[in-house]
Design a protein around this ligand. Structure first.
Ligand SMILES: Cc1cc2nc3c(=O)[nH]c(=O)nc-3n(C[C@H](O)[C@H](O)[C@H](O)COP(=O)(O)OP(=O)(O)OC[C@H]3O[C@@H](n4cnc5c(N)ncnc54)[C@H](O)[C@@H]3O)c2cc1C
Length: 389
């Protein structure tokens, strides 16, 4: 009897899961991917768009075309998951499943920090963790007259740990290009003990040196508690305060309401096994940003596309075996590489094995023009998966 596998989310995780599942399941099995949009962009392109180097349509693929011949895309809002009936309610009807993959990513929730939503609405604050926000921030930065730019990481974890530091360097880069480099001051404030703490203290030191050499200062160990948009001031849990002319924030992230309301989350995220990507509920797997995947006591897999894609392969193999197919055993990996955009046409790479003992073995390569070219080549090959472009 043909089975139904449903995937919620057509991001890098969902697309990779559909592809891997197709290679392990019988051609008669149905693979359905649900997403509210038939439009996807890699996270790194939000930085390129914010900096003004790319337009949104230049870096967009259509999942309907990418998935043609592999899976069926249902463009709809997934409204409710019923794990007992094995059914997803969507804005276009119910879809039943034998196996369900949650690849719904994370949502950003500025409302969790008092004052932040109104600071974003009235333009004294901005971010680039969604496309509309990246476009707004681009406008703000292109007419920013100079002054104090504060980049604050509100909470951990968030999508793409290096991104706030790249934002800092790109903000400086743009200011220099606009001839106002001397009149801006850029500071990154993080709750972490060192920048990019997930990659270990040595990377933190190297990154701090790189940022300081480019005129970006870093303050660690500060937890954002509120924003006062009227006085352009942020308040931290320690009681300390900072004034700003422009606030760029990494808003709080959490799993979408859809999965939290279904009782699949523990706190903000859906716990999933590193070895199989199974959740605690039979018949449901979680991959990518929505999942909390524990490597060890105090280390979770970082939220990045590269890991979502590796987890998609693990989940696909496990689902195929669970359905009775002779698929290879899941191979546990947490090796990742992220380009690190530094401006001046250069990029470094942060790469490493997060499974290494006793701590992740991560390196940050020196920024170079070749790094930027390689990042662009990788982006081009990702865009090339859409045959309609
Ligand atoms: C500024 C920035 C820079 C980044 N740079 C990098 C980088 O250099 N390298 C890297 O590896 N990663 C990077 N990332 C992170 C990367 O974008 C994410 O980790 C990745 O997209 C996660 O993939 P995912 O498939 O888990 O979720 P997502 O890509 O978020 O996809 C989830 C999908 O689910 C859909 N969805 C959610 N809920 C519903 C619902 N109820 N109904 C219907 N559809 C729904 C959404 O529409 C979305 O399309 C960056 C992120 C940002 C913000």
């Amino acid at each position: 009897m043909a089975r139904n596998v449903v995937i919620i989310g057509a991001g890098p995780g969902g697309l990779a899961a559909a592809r891997a599942l197709r290679s392990y399941l019988d051609p008669s099995d149905r693979i359905v991917v649900i997403d509210r949009h038939d439009e996807q962009r890699l996270g790194v392109t939000l930085l390129l768009i914010m900096r003004g180097w790319r337009e949104p349509e230049e870096v967009m693929i259509r999942p309907s075309r990418v998935l043609a011949g592999t899976a069926e895309l249902v463009v709809a809002e997934a409204l409710q998951i019923d794990p007992t009936a094995r059914r997803v309610e969507t804005s276009v009807g119910s879809i039943t499943y034998d196996a369900l993959v949650l690849a719904s990513g994370a949502e950003v929730v500025p409302e969790l920090i008092p004052g932040l939503a109104s600071a974003l609405e009235n333009g004294v604050a901005g971010h680039c963790w969604t496309l509309p926000a990246a476009l707004q921030l681009r406008e703000r930065l292109h007419c920013f007259p100079g002054g104090r730019v504060l980049i604050v990481i509100a909470r951990l974890p968030y999508k793409c740990p290096p991104a706030p530091y790249e934002v800092a360097l790109l903000v400086r880069d743009l200011a220099e290009e606009r001839g106002i480099g001397q009149s801006i001051e850029v500071t990154v404030v993080t709750p972490e003990p060192s920048p990019l703490a997930v990659a270990g203290p040595a990377i933190g030191e190297q990154l701090t040196r790189l940022l300081e050499a480019r005129g970006v200062s870093v303050r660690t160990g500060e937890q954002l508690s509120s924003v006062d948009p009227r006085h352009r001031e942020v308040v931290f849990a320690s009681g300390s305060r900072e004034l700003f002319d422009l606030l760029i924030v990494v808003p709080p992230h959490r799993a979408p309401a859809l999965v939290r309301d279904a009782g699949l989350a523990d706190g903000d995220w859906v716990p999933a096994s590193l070895e199989t990507m199974r959740t605690s509920v039979d018949g449901i797997w979680a991959i990518g940003d929505v999942a909390a995947v524990r490597i060890r006591e105090n280390l979770l897999v970082p939220k990045a596309a590269v890991f979502a894609q590796q987890q998609a392969e693990v989940a696909a193999r496990d689902i195929a075996r669970w359905l009775g197919y002779d698929a290879p055993e899941p191979e546990v990996r947490a090796f990742g590489r992220c380009w690190f955009l530094t401006g001046r046409g250069m990029a470094g790479a942060i790469e490493g094995d997060f499974l290494a003992e006793p701590r992740p073995a991560v390196t940050l390569s020196s920024p170079s023009p070749e790094g930027f070219t390689q990042m662009e080549a990788e982006l081009a090959s990702w865009l090339a998966q859409d045959p309609g472009r």
